[in-house]
Design a protein around this ligand. Structure first.
Ligand SMILES: Cc1cc2nc3c(=O)[nH]c(=O)nc-3n(C[C@H](O)[C@H](O)[C@H](O)COP(=O)(O)OP(=O)(O)OC[C@H]3O[C@@H](n4cnc5c(N)ncnc54)[C@H](O)[C@@H]3O)c2cc1C
Length: 509
């Protein structure tokens, strides 16, 4: 058996790095960050496609404890966000904790030793009192199964695994999908490819993106007077908090935004037939509202063709759309998103009852406060089920979960986790608490635009349940995760621990 640590963190994106910073701030240094890749950055390391940038302003899409006065643009590009995360790893002394090329293959809860056994590609098995899974809500690319794709003679890649060695210039390129990544890729590559075919299953609503360079004067001001950057962040946050009600309670109010979005289409697309095909038939906000000022102008260019209904089949180098359209292509780029509702890490966690989280979640994904799961002691996920946002920064949600994590560890200590020796006590959420939390979340979901807006989206699982988004403000989520309510947990003590001679479950009311 290899090393034992108090906490094993999985992933080194915003979530994993944030957890590492928080652990150090809590005085905990006995932890490792297990990362399958060779550097930090998560989504911002993996997504390097042309045009990749955040769609929440940079001053809000960053850690509150690591403000960056030097963001170059209001919506900074991937390169700068990745560099920011590298900087966070350096500034907060995280390097000694990072274990690159350590993909977590399996985590198994040991009911006797009350700890996790973790198998990684790094070789030795690791044990940990607590696992913090920050493996990312959007980190495993999804490529649809399309008949004939395997025989396509050209180049194929997913937006999150861009092949920079392949030169798209002068090529006939097909982009499949119209999500957040695809709408950034299309205008970025359209000027250099000979022909671009966009396979559109559903048209997205797209609003203009108010992207601009942040001036040198603004940056100087933010450096000299950090409070100005904080105020800027506060303003960006407040505006988004005020929008939440329309998404969650009064979708009809989004009608005005729909008018703006239609004007955005009309401004760039003069052909009425194309305009009609690019105008969605569902309520704006039902799928993620996308931001781009260059998407529609690119689609109106003569070397671009939009095929309705998605890519149905590949016959040699011929791509066949669902509407029967046939096009020749040299390369296919899949902007088809990620495994979200079927979180891959869930297949790799075996809990107290000897079954995987994926099996438990077969009947529907559930958690307590988006963080912990019944049957999985001392296992916490950062931005797990129902923590996604339609309109604001995921970093806010991550930081809420960091508060929850810090309190979780404090509570464990309080229960004798440290005094009684390593791994002598664990917390596991009560099934009733998990049920109650999910019922409340799903009840609130009923009125939201995501469930009522007349679309199917990646927010919904196969049964139509929205297990992805948070149906409230980020402030509400902050309050809900400020501390661990012990009444929602069972305390498990190991045999021979200071407070019990045999493994016992202790109810804390
Ligand atoms: C292209 C793109 C643009 C986005 N833009 C925005 C935006 O503008 N605003 C916003 O709020 N959100 C945005 N998001 C959402 C984004 O997922 C979150 O904001 C945030 O980056 C999530 O951080 P994370 O650390 O939880 O996950 P990730 O950044 O995905 O990091 C997860 C890490 O875990 C590692 N990992 C996964 N499985 C294993 C394993 N088994 N073993 C070891 N390591 C593992 C991965 O390699 C990765 O490094 C965007 C996402 C994408 C893909």
């Amino acid at each position: 058996m290899g090393q034992h640590v108090r906490v094993a963190v999985i992933g080194s994106g915003f979530g994993g790095l944030g957890a590492a910073v928080r652990l150090r701030r809590e005085g905990i240094t006995d932890f490792v960050v297990l990362e399958r890749a060779g550097s930090v950055g998560g989504a911002w390391r993996d997504n390097s496609y042309p045009g990749c940038a955040c769609d929440v302003p940079s001053h809000l899409y960053s850690f509150s404890f690591a403000p960056n006065p030097d963001w170059p643009r209001t919506f900074s590009g991937q390169r700068h966000i990745r560099a920011y995360l590298e900087h966070v790893a350096d500034t907060f002394g995280l390097r000694p904790h990072l274990r690159f090329h350590h993909e977590v293959l399996l985590m198994r809860w040991d009911n006797d030793a009350l700890r996790w056994e973790i198998e990684t590609t790094g070789g030795t098995t690791l044990t940990a009192d607590v696992v913090v899974s920050a493996s990312g809500p959007l980190s495993d690319p999804k490529v649809p199964e399309i008949p004939g794709l395997a025989e396509f003679p050209g180049k194929v890649f997913h937006s999150a695994r861009w092949d920079h060695g392949y030169d798209l210039r002068g090529k006939r390129v097909a982009v499949v999908g119209t999500g957040a990544s695809a709408i950034q890729i299309v205008p970025a590559i359209q000027p250099e490819v000979s022909r671009l075919t966009l396979f559109q299953r559903t048209a997205p609503w797209v609003l203009p993106r108010a992207d601009r360079a942040i001036t040198a004067a603004e940056r100087r001001l933010h450096r000299a007077l950090p409070v100005t950057a904080a105020l800027r962040r506060q303003l960006l946050w407040s505006v988004r908090e005020l929008q939440v009600q329309a998404f969650t309670k009064r979708p009809k109010e989004l009608g005005l935004v729909e008018t703006l979005a239609k004007a955005n289409i009309a401004r760039s697309v003069k052909d009425p037939a194309l305009r009609a095909r690019l105008t969605p038939s569902y309520r704006i906000g039902c799928k993620r509202i996308l931001l781009s000022s260059s998407y529609y102008p690119a689609l109106a260019r003569p070397n671009v063709q939009v095929v309705d209904g998605g890519l149905a089949e590949v016959r040699g180098s011929t791509l066949v759309g669902a509407d029967g359209t046939e096009v020749e292509a040299d390369a296919i780029v899949f902007g088809t998103g990620f495994h979200v509702t079927d979180m891959p890490i869930a297949e790799r966690v075996i809990g107290a009852d000897g079954i995987t989280l994926a099996e438990v979640w077969k009947g529907g994904v559930t958690s307590l406060r988006g963080a912990t799961a019944a049957g999985f002691p001392n296992w916490m996920t950062i931005v797990g089920p129902n923590t996604g946002l339609g309109n604001s920064s995921m970093v806010l949600m991550i930081e809420s979960h960091l508060n929850y994590l810090a309190d979780y560890l404090r509570q464990l200590d309080g229960l004798g986790g440290r005094d009684a020796g390593r791994g002598r006590v664990a917390l596991v959420p009560r099934a009733a608490a998990v049920r109650g939390w999910n019922e409340r979340v799903q009840r609130r979901m009923e009125r939201t635009v995501w469930n009522t807006g007349g679309c199917t989206s990646w927010y919904l699982d196969e049964s139509g349940h929205n297990t992805t988004l948070w149906p409230g403000t980020t402030a509400e989520f902050r309050r809900a995760t400020r501390e661990v309510n012990l009444a929602e947990y069972e305390v498990i003590r190991a045999a021979g621990s200071a407070r019990g001679t045999e493994r016992e479950k202790e109810a804390v009311q």
